[in-house]
Design a protein around this ligand. Structure first.
Ligand SMILES: [Fe+2]
Length: 194
């Protein structure tokens, strides 16, 4: 994550658009020398120019600032390749079907990389009729707990929010589910392929 737009990002996006420094400068009512300064790290665009700069480069402001552009070509996205994002400040949970640049509470959130469950975060899935009963033997104290469970199929995501002092378990319809997830607020995201 960048704290502010970088020259390398401006250059890369400008060149991808097939624009010259002069053309970009004209659209922002600055000189080409100014654009050159930004791109070589000798100055930053004023904050009032960020929105017009993003517009001129054909991307959103958040993509410009993150330096991460999103191009989802395949709109019938593969559900299994979606990503979870968790805000460390407020605990918000976001699931994206495709690529995204996500921010919450003023910070950019990286997609979580699920790990295979270790002993402390072992995800147990028992079948009872048409459901998975999913549980973990994990602390559920205020500072360390499983904050959600999710079950992902090729058609959608089932999601269960958990709370400290509650129990680390939940039930999901088995229907086409392939991946079960558990998120620990201290240790991150764990996945079990079923
Ligand atoms: Fe944990």
């Amino acid at each position: 994550m960048n704290s502010y737009v970088t020259g390398a990002v401006i250059r890369r996006l400008r060149e991808a658009k097939g624009m010259t420094q002069e053309e970009l400068a004209d659209r922002l009512f600055v000189s080409s020398k100014t654009v050159s300064k930004w791109e070589t790290g000798k100055g930053y665009p004023d904050i009032s120019l960020l929105e017009p700069l993003a517009a001129a480069l054909g991307i959103s402001l958040i993509e410009l600032v993150s330096g991460d552009t999103v191009r989802n070509k395949n709109r019938s996205a593969n559900m299994f390749k979606g990503e979870f994002y968790v805000c460390p400040v407020c605990g918000n949970v976001i699931r994206a079907v495709g690529q995204a640049v996500v921010s919450c509470c003023g910070i950019m959130l990286p997609p979580l990389e699920p790990e295979a469950a270790d002993a402390e975060h072992e995800i147990r899935a028992e079948i009872s009729e048409d459901e998975y009963y999913v549980s973990l033997a994990h602390p559920m104290s205020k500072g360390h707990y499983i904050s959600f469970l999710a079950a992902v199929s090729d058609q959608g995501v089932q999601f269960i929010k958990l709370y400290p002092e509650g129990s680390a378990d939940g039930r999901f319809k088995i229907s086409r589910v392939r991946d079960l997830y558990a998120y620990c607020n201290r240790h991150g995201l764990f996945r079990l392929r079923v």
